[in-house]
Design a protein around this ligand. Structure first.
Ligand code: 5RP
Length: 236
């Protein structure tokens, strides 16, 4: 008896592969964070190994991306050593019809925002469950906060009508600590009617480093789905 294939895993694999196929030789590549991008990083590594892809350098958006890139043989650089990024590949937690995103499920949205906005082409890789009519439908907005400002930022968020929850670690006692040494408050809003405005309002709270709303950033969204048992990738 063969084990049933997990359709979400299959969708993530296929969409990761499709994004990795868009990377060209002699380019600088932003490497996103999360389980979907992990497949893209793996397939970019496979292409380098086979000789299909040559002379690329990656800019990691997190410690996770850095570790994976090293594992799959992708040379890395930093933003101090380059003057542009050709293409970035990254996942998302929600995507609306205007290609606005909520990111930060992996608490990496601050570095992701820097890298993804810098890229000449930003490719988002998601499975079909991430598509929503309106941002905030399912996923809270992750807000990275410097630790000493946790209490006043929490009050400010409540005043805005959000329901804040400090993100706690899994297999680690206490809160999640980001790659920058900060904490993440996940904020549920009943309605996000104007994502661009909410992004600015949240970032204006003293002590907030960055939030996970990405507006006018994604160029292409690749959606992985399984139809009739077969993985398919469509482009938004
Ligand atoms: C990390 C992110 C991820 O890209 C996002 O959470 C999607 O992750 P996954 O591909 O595992 O569903 O924003 O901060």
């Amino acid at each position: 008896m063969t084990a049933a294939v997990d359709p979400v895993k299959l969708s993530k694999q296929e969409v990761g592969k499709a994004a990795a196929a868009l990377v060209q030789s002699d380019s600088i590549v932003g490497l996103g964070t999360g389980s979907t991008t992990a497949y893209a990083i793996q397939f970019i590594g496979d292409r380098l190994k086979s000789g299909d892809l040559k002379n690329i350098v990656g800019v990691p958006t997190s410690f996770q991306a850095e570790v994976l890139a090293k594992q799959y043989g992708i040379p890395l650089t930093t933003l101090d050593a380059i003057n542009h990024i050709d293409i970035a590949i990254d996942g998302a937690d929600e995507v609306d019809p205007q290609k606005n995103l909520i990111k930060g499920g992996g608490a990496a949205h601050t570095r992701e925002k820097v890298v993804d906005y810098l890229a000449n082409q930003f490719i988002v890789v998601v499975d079909g469950a991430k598509l929503v009519d309106r941002l905030g439908a399912v996923f809270p907005v992750p807000v990275e906060v410097i630790p000493m400002a946790l209490t006043p930022v929490t009050w400010a968020i409540e005043t805005l009508g959000g329901k804040p929850e400090l993100r706690m670690g899994v297999k680690k006692a206490g809160p999640v600590i980001t790659d920058q040494g900060n904490m993440v408050i996940d904020v549920k809003f009943d309605n996000i009617n104007d994502p661009a405005n909410l992004e600015k309002i949240l970032n204006n709270i003293p002590g907030v480093l960055e939030n996970g709303i990405f507006v006018n950033c994604a160029d292409v969204v690749l959606v992985g789905e399984v139809k009739d048992g077969q993985p398919v990738v469509r482009k938004l």
